[in-house]
Design a binder for this molecule. Structure first.
Ligand code: ATP
Length: 291
């Protein structure tokens, strides 16, 4: 079985507090985008294994896709193994959720293969024990995600923009950003006040914000360089995704986005991906899930 495993962006990410257990509560508008890893599953093998085309991704039990398979079989209480191969297209440790997406793809693929033993809600709660973004990737629709990633509410009003993803050529550890986070330097509260009260339509000119961006950019100034370049070359707005390092620009049409891509391509350290947001409008069934 081959499963497409999409990347995500955070159109806003507001930190709402720090919990006694050290986790942060957040509220985030998340959307999948058309950049995919391919996760292949081979069933009924004698030994569980995972391999990945990217050198920075572990090929052992710490791989999130492997962890997902172990949790699935243990919860189902069956003695089975699966071989997992991951063809990586999504930059690693880049704020695009690649590892969490791979874990969700494994949950969805195994659940389908074994005749849907678990409900979507059960898969979502199993996913949360692997990572905060896994529930969203099981849900897969544009959503306002809150709590520690456990509360998901479909967000239907999202207009689809052309997205130019810019991976600046370096990765960022999520843990490091949270460790350095200064809650005094956050700016989402003001920007999102009326959006969150009235659940308005998302407007990139008003609502794009990420409370982790100032901290991450003070550690890695290259993030601001990318953001400025996107804004200078016609993006309606630009923002770091998740805990970085990828910055995305939103464009009203493909021509403008393509022009910006061609200019930004002059920086040979940057990896550029021109993609669609996966909303109701742009959902392409052949690209959803299984190949
Ligand atoms: P997060 O915010 O959850 O850290 P991210 O989107 O910034 O996620 P990922 O690409 O998911 O980054 O990688 C985060 C870390 O997880 C990397 O250090 C990587 O080695 C590890 N990892 C484990 N399994 C995977 C996987 N299947 N794909 C990618 N990375 C994985």
């Amino acid at each position: 079985m081959r499963i497409l495993s999409p990347a995500k962006i955070n159109l806003f990410l507001k930190i709402t507090g720090k919990r006694p257990d050290g986790y942060h509560d957040l509220v985030s508008l998340m959307c999948c985008v058309g950049l995919y890893d391919t996760v292949s599953l081979t069933f009924d093998v004698t030994e569980a294994s995972v391999s990945c085309s990217h050198p920075d991704v572990p090929e052992d039990e710490t791989n999130l896709a492997f962890t997902a398979a172990s949790l699935f079989f243990n919860t189902l209480n069956i003695n089975k193994s699966v071989k997992i191969s991951i063809e990586k297209q999504i930059p690693v440790a880049a704020g695009l959720g690649g590892g969490s997406s791979n874990a969700a793809a494994v949950f969805l693929g195994l659940n389908r293969h074994y005749g849907y033993p678990f409900s979507l809600d059960k898969l979502i709660s199993m996913g949360l024990s692997i990572g905060a973004d896994v529930p969203f990737f099981i849900f897969r629709k544009p959503a306002i995600v809150s709590g520690i990633g456990d509360k998901l509410k479909a967000y239907q009003k999202l207009e689809s923009f052309k997205i130019l993803l810019v991976f600046p050529g370096f990765s960022i550890s999520t843990a490091k950003v949270y460790k350095n986070l200064n809650l005094g330097l956050t700016n989402c509260k003001k920007k999102l006040r009326s959006f969150l009260l009235n659940e308005q339509s998302f407007d990139p000119r008003c609502h794009l914000c990420n409370d982790l961006e100032t901290t991450a950019a003070s550690m890695y100034p290259g993030i601001f360089t990318v953001k400025e370049a996107l804004l200078r070359h016609g993006a309606l707005g630009a923002l770091m995704s998740g805990s970085g390092s990828t910055v995305f620009g939103l464009f009203s049409d493909s021509d403008k986005a393509l022009k910006a891509k061609n200019v930004l391509a002059e920086n040979d350290k940057w990896q550029l991906y021109l993609v669609d947001m996966i909303t109701k409008e742009t959902r392409d069934n052949s690209k959803q899930g299984y190949l």
